[in-house]
Design a protein around this ligand. Structure first.
Ligand code: GAL
Length: 997
């Protein structure tokens, strides 16, 4: 049996043949047999409509490529759904799928069909954002490595570029086309064809036309849009007719924005910013926001859900989670709602990990983003507030068609009240914020609510960074809410009447007025609630303070019964709305299914938690994660578990210091006798780089030789001369990239690039004095290792992503030999195989050209028996790279979900300024990030389940690159429990090959 769906449409969306979660099987199988039903997507200036029914798309951005463990995609999607989101927005990363022109991979961790199917199964709409360019703090902004070798300017209609883009789009569009709402085969509701293209000349106009035509030719039938960088009025649909806009081949106009400021340089939150009016209260015109396109709904394709963090910061994600925290969400997102913006997507909602060589120079490994769901997959307080806002948006369909109401002047000019009306339903929305909305004082005030139900002077209060979204003259199910100073979290049809959950700030007074034909019976089941009936108006007025949970049952009065739950905000956050049930208590409710009077719930507990279920009467028994829960009925008609659900049991983790560690030196290329006969000779190749060496020198840019990620080695031979005493190397290394140099086997030193904001330094010139005893005539051998920490993005559509990586040029000079470029015969070696990557399962982003990587030292099963035993308590600094390997077994409880982290050194310090070393962290062969001791700020690296096996054997391999100076050696490495809950979902170990000789 399935209970009457509250949202008929979402129930239809769930009608999918593929069911992965057995707990949901029963509910779904009834509809699974039905043929897919196509849905019509239309829109007007207010909202999108699906089959004529208005939809408020409340979305969050999530990048499957930042979670290389597909089972965890479902975990994140379930957490989004549970946290009140109804839409997930996804970028696709072209480069993630294409190591070489013509070669594409959509399997394993790259299986985007699987991701879209999961989103459908979890009942989420999807906004697909296919590039070709996405930005997203990805290396090359998502372009594949091989694209940087094109002469043609990217993001124009240059044939060479279009041909490349065509390859990608033919494939990704086909994936998207298989999952559209419009064909009934999925939940994709809108599709983005380019990102922030703010060069709008004829070449871009033709390019945009081509992208739209291509999407249509590839079977994409959902509305198409572009994401405008800020508010330029670029690529608005035809017929917008707003002076100053640029029309494009789009159906919808979308834009992004990250207002509100950021954390200060000392990593404390700066004062709150003013929430902008980018919709019906805005300045209007092309640059006003939604006003650029008056015939389409207000659409924020990205609105700040946090912010990224950069190399060398103090580690700002915790600060961001506060600065762009609960108060920010309430003020900024509510202001968007007041502005009638009915498509909002918060970037990021789960940030994840820029593992391997995914990061652009502007970011380090963690892409936590300070977002609602943290990198360790835990719900921040932000997620719980998102749940309250999202459930409100879902419960109150009136929000999808709002016009400005009569101006409301509150009694206190330090307060602003937005007043909107839905002229079809007659309901009113009052959004209360400070005036200006950046203020944080404690203001009490009154304002007048004037609706078809009459005129009322309503008291309210706003304190700290906060807003309130209050409804009046609202048909709450079978009830008429005249007004309430409490916010609606959710309401649902419940048995023969309605169940509503309202909330307010702890300790604040609240009043709720309901309309009846005759005096109703009011029963206060719990809490302190006063009621009075005004017979003249038919108003029942409830007065109370928001404190814990009060429960009231109102019957008679000519209406169906109402059970009213009045909570303080935090108590409200302990509730979870699941279709037609309301659950209180656990840390997460993932799913529900009912069969023969038994309601089976799945979810997580973070501590011992109560469980209370407001389910239809037919439900008489409850199961939690498969186990029977003894319950008793309560006076409010719910079922309450007799004992709390248990929280997680403590876990113990192996002490990594005690493992049997092995070590081996990893830079044999430095040795003059090293055999580089199989390496490529550099030559006069023409790359695409925007930075080139002097004419006459060979091309050194690593990309020109098909090496696109991570480390690259050069070995150069030249004939010395006594007067040559200086080596100058121009190189590209990305943010916090570096270079190390040896001459005839002797370490000359290293050079590091600055990773800081506003733009990291991505190229540098390093100068080395040649030791006197190595200046003689005869052949000398230079060995140079360049670490490429990512290619630039192409944010300004100026081919910035093509800036060279690896060496750009090299010269040898002396006092009398100004800029003398002694001919150096260079050979180059990057990742093994170049574009013919050797490990297609882990993929292009996993490996660069370290010797150990080329030899498989990072992989499980590599025979390290002959390696030396490592003393981890007394590691030594060696110039170049030194490898450490160890294995450990884990047998964590299968009833629990633990996110493990690996930490290096003292987690309390963002960096060790005097320790010049860096580490590539390989877990079971996967490159899970880079630690740079002297740069920071990241010391703890999330190891996603599935990459680390919580129930089996794991192999760690650390590639430590140091300058060899005293103290510059690996610090203590620890395995840490970042988060453990009881619950979780099954996560398989991601299949990937072990070492093969
Ligand atoms: C936007 C861009 C995204 C991402 C974001 C900042 O402008 O569209 O791709 O880069 O900024 O995180």
């Amino acid at each position: 049996m399935r209970f009457a769906p509250v949202l008929g449409l979402m129930a239809t969306l769930l009608a999918t043949p593929a069911v992965a979660d057995p707990a949901r099987l029963d509910a779904r199988s009834a509809v699974a047999a039905k043929a897919p039903r196509a849905h019509a997507i239309t829109w007007d200036k207010y909202s999108l409509k699906v089959d004529g029914q208005r939809v408020f798309s409340w979305g969050g951005e999530f990048h499957p490529f930042r979670v290389p463990s597909p089972d965890l995609w479902r975990d994140i999607l379930q957490k989004m759904k549970a946290s009140g989101y109804n839409t997930v927005a996804v970028y696709f990363d072209w480069g993630y799928h294409s190591p070489k022109q013509g070669v594409y991979d959509f399997s394993g961790v790259r299986d985007m069909d699987r991701m879209l199917t999961m989103a459908q199964e979890e009942g989420l709409y999807v906004i697909t954002r296919a590039g070709p360019y996405v930005n997203a703090e990805l290396t090359r902004g998502g372009f594949p490595g091989w694209l940087v070798n094109q002469q043609a300017r990217a993001r124009t209609d240059a044939p060479e570029y279009l041909q490349a883009a065509d390859e990608w789009l033919s494939r990704i569009n086909a994936v998207v086309a298989r999952h559209q709402l419009t064909t009934g085969q999925g939940t994709v509701i809108a599709h983005q064809i380019e990102n922030e293209l703010d060069v709008v000349g004829p070449a871009q106009q033709r390019y945009m036309r081509w992208l739209a035509d291509k999407a249509r030719a590839d079977g994409i039938t959902v509305p198409i849009f572009h994401n405008d960088k800020g508010r330029n009025g670029y690529w608005v649909p035809k017929g917008s007719n707003v002076p100053g806009t640029v029309e494009g081949p789009t159906d919808l106009y979308a834009f992004d924005g990250y207002p509100g400021g950021n954390c200060k340089v000392d990593s404390t939150p700066s004062s709150p910013g003013v929430a902008p009016d980018w919709g019906i209260y805005g300045p209007g015109g092309a640059k006003g926001g939604a006003s650029a396109s008056p015939n389409t709904p207000g659409f924020l394709a990205e609105f700040g859900g946090g912010w990224f963090d950069y190399w060398g910061s103090n580690g700002d994600y915790d600060c961001t989670a506060i600065h762009r925290g609960v108060g920010y969400q309430r003020v900024f997102y509510a202001t968007n709602i007041a502005n009638g913006i009915t498509l909002q997507s918060f970037y990021m909602t789960y940030g994840g990990t820029s593992w391997g060589w995914l990061p652009a120079p502007v970011v380090f490994t963690s892409y936590d983003y300070g977002s609602a769901i943290d990198e360790a997959r835990g719900l921040r307080d932000k997620a719980r507030v998102m749940k309250q806002m999202g459930e409100f948006v879902a419960a109150v369909p009136d929000l999808t068609r709002m016009d400005k109401g009569e101006a409301v002047v509150p009694s206190n000019d330090k307060v602003r009240v937005y007043h909107n009306v839905n002229t079809e339903t007659g309901s009113h929305l009052y959004v209360v914020v400070h005036n200006p909305s950046s203020a944080t004082g404690d203001e009490t005030f009154t304002f007048t609510v004037k609706t078809r139900d009459g005129q009322y002077v309503v008291p309210s209060r706003i304190k700290g960074q906060d807003s309130k979204m209050l409804m009046a003259s609202y048909d709450l199910g079978g009830q008429r809410l005249v007004y309430s100073t409490s916010e609606i979290q959710t309401h649902l049809k419940w048995n023969d009447g309605d169940l509503a959950l309202l909330y307010g700030r702890t300790g604040e007074a609240g009043e709720t007025v309901l309309r009846y034909a005759s005096p109703p019976k009011v029963e206060v089941i719990e809490g302190d609630v006063q009621s009075a009936f005004d017979a003249a108006r038919g108003d029942l007025k409830l007065t109370y303070a928001h404190k814990g949970l009060a429960r009231v049952r109102i019957t008679g009065g000519g209406r169906s019964p109402l059970t009213l739950l009045l909570a303080d905000a935090e108590t409200g956050q302990t509730f979870w709305r699941r279709d037609d049930v309301l659950v209180r208590g656990p840390g997460l409710v993932r799913g529900e299914a009912a069969k023969g009077g038994v309601l089976s719930l799945t979810g997580d507990t973070e501590t011992d938690s109560p469980l209370e279920v407001f389910a239809p009467k037919a439900v008489t028994a409850i199961r939690w994660n498969g186990a029977k829960v003894a319950t008793k009925p309560t006076a409010s008609g719910s079922l309450l578990a007799e004992r709390p659900l248990p929280g997680p049991a403590a876990i113990t983790l192996p002490d990594l210091a005690k493992l049997d560690w092995k070590t081996a030196p990893g830079s044999p290329e430095a040795d003059p006798k090293f055999d580089d006969s199989a390496w490529m000779r550099t030559e006069g190749r023409r790359g695409g780089s925007t930075v080139r060496g002097p004419t006459g020198q060979p091309t050194l840019d690593m990309s020109a030789y098909g090496f696109h990620n991570g480390d690259v080695w050069y070995r150069g031979r030249y004939h010395g001369r006594a007067d040559i005493d200086t080596l100058t190397l121009h190189y590209g290394g990305g943010g916090a990239g570096m270079l190390q140099v040896w001459l005839d086997g002797r370490f000359l030193g290293q050079h590091e690039l600055d990773g800081g904001l506003p733009r990291p330094i991505t190229t540098g010139v390093a100068t080395f004095k040649l030791p006197e005893d190595l200046r003689g005539t005869g052949e000398h051998v230079l060995s140079v290792m360049v670490r490429d920490n990512g290619h630039n993005w192409d944010l300004d559509a100026d081919d910035f992503h093509k800036e060279a990586r690896g060496l750009v040029s090299a010269s040898l000079s002396g006092p009398g030999t100004y800029s003398f470029a002694a001919p150096i015969a260079w050979k180059i070696q990057g990742n093994k195989g170049g574009e013919d990557i050797q490990d297609p399962v882990r993929g292009d982003a996993n490996n660069g050209g370290q010797y150990g990587e080329r030899e498989g030292w990072h992989l499980p099963g590599f025979p390290d028996a002959a390696w030396a035993k490592a003393d981890m308590a007394d590691t030594k600094p060696y110039a170049g790279t030194t490898w450490y390997r160890a294995s450990f077994d884990l047998a964590l409880s299968k009833d629990q979900d633990t996110t493990l982290g690996l930490s290096i050194g003292d987690p309390a310090l963002p960096r060790s300024p005097n320790k010049r070393y860096r580490v590539l962290i390989f877990v079971n062969g996967w490159n899970m990030g880079q630690f740079i001791a002297n740069v920071g700020p990241q010391r703890t690296f999330v190891l996603p389940s599935g990459i680390v096996d919580p129930h089996g054997k794991n192999t760690l391999a650390l590639a430590v690159t140091s300058d060899g100076a005293p103290g510059d050696a690996l610090e203590a490495v620890k395995l840490v429990n970042l988060r453990t809950v009881r619950g979780g979902i099954p996560v398989a170990r991601v299949p990937a090959p072990d070492f093969k000789p």
